[in-house]
Design a protein. Structure first.
Length: 84
C-alpha cells in the first residue's frame, strides 16, 4: 500500500478543503503513474511552524544550485556520469 507523507512548515495550517484537494490530485497521479487502485493511497499531513531562527529565503538559497561552483561540469553521458 503506497503512503505519501507531506511535510509542511508554514504559519497557516492547510484547511480541510486544501487537504482534500491535494488528496484528490495525489490519488489521481498515483493511479496514473503507478497504477495504484482507488482507496489504496495513504496520505499523512505533518504540519509545523517555520523555524523562527531561519531567514525567510535561507531554505530556498540552500536548495538553489550555485552556477559558479562547477562551470563546465555538464555530463556527456545519459546516466549523468562524465566519460573517460
Amino acid at each position: 500500500m503506497p503512503m505519501l507523507e507531506v511535510l509542511r512548515a508554514d504559519d497557516r495550517p492547510l484547511s480541510a478543503d486544501q487537504k482534500r484537494a491535494f488528496a484528490r490530485e495525489a490519488t489521481r497521479i498515483f493511479q496514473e503513474v503507478l497504477g495504484t487502485p482507488p482507496g489504496r493511497l495513504r496520505l499523512f499531513f505533518l504540519e509545523t511552524a517555520p523555524d523562527p531562527l531561519e531567514e525567510p529565503n535561507e531554505a530556498a538559497q540552500e536548495q538553489a544550485p550555485d552556477p559558479s561552483a562547477a562551470p563546465n561540469a555538464q555530463s556527456d553521458q545519459p546516466d549523468g556520469h562524465k566519460g573517460d
